[in-house]
Design a protein around this ligand. Structure first.
Ligand code: XBP
Ligand code: MG
Length: 255
C-alpha cells in the first residue's frame, strides 16, 4: 500500500464558489466593456460550464448560443483579448474580498500542512486568478502553503483531460497513488481519475450538485467545520463529522 503524501486541490468551485458571482460576473463585465450585447445569466452559465477554460467557453458560447454573430477575421485573437479583460475584472473582484473560501477549506489546508502532507493546485483557471485568490485567503504573495500551482494554459488540453494533474504530479515527483484530489465537478473527477488518482473527494456546489460522480471515493456537500459538519451524499465519513486528515488517510488506504 502507498502512503498518502499529498493533497491536490481544484480551485473554482472547490476552494471557493467562484463561478456564479465571480467568473460569470467578470465575463459579463468584459462583454459590456467591449460593447458586446452578450449576457450570461445564471442558468446559461451552468450550461456553459460544461466547457472548462474561459477562452474555450467563449468559443463554445458562440457556437452553441450565438451562431449568427458576425465573427472578426482573427477570432482567436479577439477571444484572447476579451478573456484578458475578463481576467482583470476577476482579479479585481477577488481583491475586493467578495468571494470567501468554502467551509472547511482553510481548516483542512492548515491541518494537512501541519501533518506534513504536500499541497498542490491543479486547475484550468488563469494563473493570475489563482494568485489573487491565494493572496486574499492566505495574505501577501507567496505566503500560501502550495508547493506547485498547475494552472491554465501550461497544458494545451484542459480538464476533463488528465494533463494538468499529470503536470502537477511530474513537478512534485509524485505517483498518483500517493495523492488525494479534491474537486467539485464531473470534469474535474475525470481529469484526476484519468491521471491515475483513484482517491477523489467531491465537494458539491450549486452548479455541480446533479452531475455524475461515479468513481469518486467520497461526495459531500462541503468539507465542513466544527459548527458546520459535512453531509455525505455518497461514500462514508467513517464516523468523522468533517473531512479531515485522519479520515482522508483512511479513505486513501481503502481506495
Ligand atoms: C474552472 C474553469 C475555468 C473558470 C474560468 O474549472 O473552467 O475556466 O471557469 O477561468 P475547474 P478562466 O474548476 O475544473 O478547474 O477564464 O481563467 O479560464
Ligand atoms: Mg472546479
Amino acid at each position: 500500500m502507498t502512503n498518502l503524501e499529498a493533497l491536490i486541490w481544484d480551485v473554482d468551485g472547490t476552494l471557493a464558489d467562484t463561478e456564479r458571482d465571480g467568473h460569470r460576473v467578470a465575463f459579463n463585465s468584459a462583454f459590456s466593456q467591449a460593447g458586446l450585447e452578450w449576457h450570461w445569466d445564471v442558468e446559461m452559465y451552468g450550461q456553459l460550464l460544461k466547457v472548462t477554460g474561459g477562452k474555450e467557453r467563449i468559443r463554445y458560447y458562440l457556437y452553441r448560443f450565438n451562431p449568427a454573430w458576425e465573427r472578426p477575421s482573427d477570432l482567436d485573437r479577439f477571444i484572447a483579448e476579451l478573456h484578458r479583460h475578463k481576467s482583470e475584472v476577476f482579479v479585481s473582484l477577488m481583491k475586493e474580498g467578495r468571494i470567501p473560501p468554502r467551509s472547511g477549506v482553510i481548516r483542512l489546508i492548515d491541518e494537512a500542512a501541519a501533518a506534513g502532507l504536500r499541497l498542490a493546485i491543479a486547475t484550468t483557471t488563469t494563473p493570475a486568478n489563482v494568485d489573487a485568490l491565494l493572496e486574499q485567503f492566505f495574505g501577501r504573495a507567496g505566503k500560501h502553503p502550495f508547493e506547485v500551482i498547475a494552472a491554465g494554459d501550461v497544458v494545451p488540453a484542459k480538464k476533463p483531460a488528465p494533463d494538468i494533474y499529470l503536470w502537477a504530479l511530474e513537478k512534485m515527483g509524485l505517483k498518483p497513488e500517493a495523492c488525494v484530489a479534491i474537486e467539485d465537478s464531473h470534469n474535474g473527477l475525470l481529469a484526476a481519475t484519468s491521471a491515475g488518482i483513484s482517491t477523489v473527494v467531491i465537494t458539491l456546489n450549486g452548479y455541480t450538485a446533479n452531475e455524475d460522480f461515479t468513481g469518486a471515493s467520497l461526495v459531500v456537500d462541503q468539507l465542513g467545520d466544527s459548527e458546520n459538519p459535512a453531509c455525505v451524499v455518497a461514500g462514508e465519513l467513517n464516523g468523522a463529522a468533517v473531512v479531515d486528515v485522519g479520515m482522508l488517510r483512511r479513505l486513501h488506504a481503502v481506495s
